[in-house]
Design a protein around this ligand. Sequence first.
Ligand code: BTN
Length: 240
Amino acid sequence: MNKIILDKIPSTNIYCKDNINDLENFDLVIAKEQTAGYGRFNREWIQNKNESIAMSLVCKDIDSIDEIGKISIVTAVSIVNILEQYNNNICIKWPNDILISDKKICGILIENIIYKNDLNLIIGIGININNKIFKEELSSKATSLYLSNNVTYDLNIIIDKLYLELVNNLSKIKDNFNLIYNKYLNYSVIIGKEIKYNGDVFVVDSITEYGLIKAKSYNNDIKYISSLDISFDKTGLFYN
Ligand code: BTN
């Protein structure tokens, strides 16, 4: 378990993928500055130096690709556990954005990499902490702890707390998953909301422990939908 702090790199996820051979289980890579950070669907992820956290946790020797859903749930809840020490309006937007009062404060990007026949995961986490201003197109959608609380924070303290929480929860995933999963469901804003899928309207009934949405149509058709099949449109509904 090593903490590797780098000044300026393209992306902590790329660094972990490129160096997977030399990294150990639960090594944490932190970038003070990322020049080519990216999120889901390869979207640009902007990290302001000294204002936001960019870090990636390496999870080695994963038994099966099916574990990704559970690991993603544990990651989201671990972040909620830390951020709610600073703010009371934290919730989760499926699959794993963390919001404060409907605005995104944190994004998670989990990627897998096979090395010498072993499956490894890279859990990339970006959190807006001291950001004071966002690009115009983001300003209605993004927030930071500073913008919510009007306080600046020491990034290292939050990183250390989160690192401990993640390692603790991921190490005990077999014993603690149900507790964590229930918290994930309780904090998920999507449950009970309407979504569009293949042109039909469904209501989100639940999220499975593998991270799939269980949605029911008004004709009682049930669909299990993966986050890869879906993206947001401007109205906040989903479509595939
Ligand atoms: C998303 O919301 O789509 C996920 C954003 C993930 C951003 C983090 S920052 C640290 C790590 N390095 C990257 O290039 N991306 C992730």
